[in-house]
Design a protein. Structure first.
Length: 297
């Protein structure tokens, strides 16, 4: 049971970082940015390249996350602001097209083969019978800290108050003196940083490839929708729910239920299980577990 909880936490924090970024941006600009999952791949590949150039992994990760945040802001200003003038549906289609462009660039520059960070190999740690590696523990700790910092920004700073005001009614917020465009781009930067950190965290615990972003697309969207698309911290709860569903499918022995000694469902069905759970949740709570839509005036 402890191992199950540990596995869920390890999976959930990576989903949560990207899902929180997705929901935060959606709350302001009202379209789901599909390309955001590719920021995770961008962060991982940039960090790997910087490490190969001689930077320590920690420094490489910080620089990579900052660069991803800048890339996110540039794309928002150059691409998405223009697409949004034609409507949110057009912007979403544009983000999907941009996501495909990212995939092509990754295949050309990084190649199709999986890659790994250069990490010191240490024996796994034991905690109440559960096994986890030192890199998993550090990655989870950093991710939880990042989520906590984001929550503090959201609820304890002027930026957070301006963000909530803009999400509620951007016209009224602008009339009261809030620079809504600056607030939006700041949140877009933070979402890029968190997505990049999520991609690095995933890669530290395993391997990275050009398909990392596309592999994360469905679970991240499921987590954001279950938590209530537009509710940033609800997305974190959604990530835990989706991670639990995926972990249960791949880790639980269903043999005794069917008269077999051992029967594990293939890992390929993990995504199907998370979406089955998504459908069940939406049938009961159409807007997700938490109120998602902030009504605009």
């Amino acid at each position: 049971m402890v191992q199950f909880v540990v596995d869920v936490l390890i999976r959930a924090v990576d989903l949560a970082l990207i899902a929180i970024g997705l929901s935060s941006v959606y709350s302001l600009i009202r379209f789901p940015n599909v390309a955001l999952v590719q920021y995770a791949t961008t962060g991982a590949l940039l960090a790997l390249g910087l490490q190969m150039a001689g930077l320590p992994l920690v420094v490489a990760a910080i620089v990579a996350c900052a660069l991803v945040g800048i890339i996110a802001v540039v794309l928002n200003v150059v691409v998405f602001e223009r697409l949004l003038r034609a409507g949110s549906a057009i912007a979403m289609i544009g983000s999907l097209a941009l996501s495909m462009v990212f995939s092509a660039i990754f295949l050309v520059t990084a190649g199709p083969r999986p890659k790994r960070f250069e990490l010191e190999i240490n024996p796994p740690l034991r905690f109440l019978g559960a096994r986890l590696t030192e890199h998993q523990l550090i990655s989870v700790g950093i991710s939880v800290l990042a989520i906590a910092v984001f929550a503090l920004i959201l609820f304890r700073t002027d930026l957070g108050r301006c963000m909530r005001a803009t999400a509620t009614n951007s016209v009224l917020a602008s009339a009261t003196g809030i620079d809504t465009r600056k607030v939006t781009n700041t949140v877009v930067f933070l979402s890029g940083v968190m997505a990049g950190l999520g991609g690095i965290g995933l890669s530290v615990k395993g391997e990275m490839s050009a398909q990392l972003g596309l592999d994360m697309l469905l679970p991240v969207f499921a987590a954001a929708i279950v938590g209530g698309l537009g509710n940033a911290l609800g997305a974190a709860v959604g990530a835990v729910v989706i991670a639990a569903a995926e972990t249960m499918v791949t880790n639980v022995n269903f043999g005794p239920l069917f008269g077999e000694t051992v029967l594990f469902i293939p890992a390929a069905y993990a995504t199907a299980a998370s979406f089955l759970l998504l459908v069940v949740v939406l049938l009961i709570k159409p807007y997700g577990l938490f109120v998602a839509e902030v009504k605009r005036g």
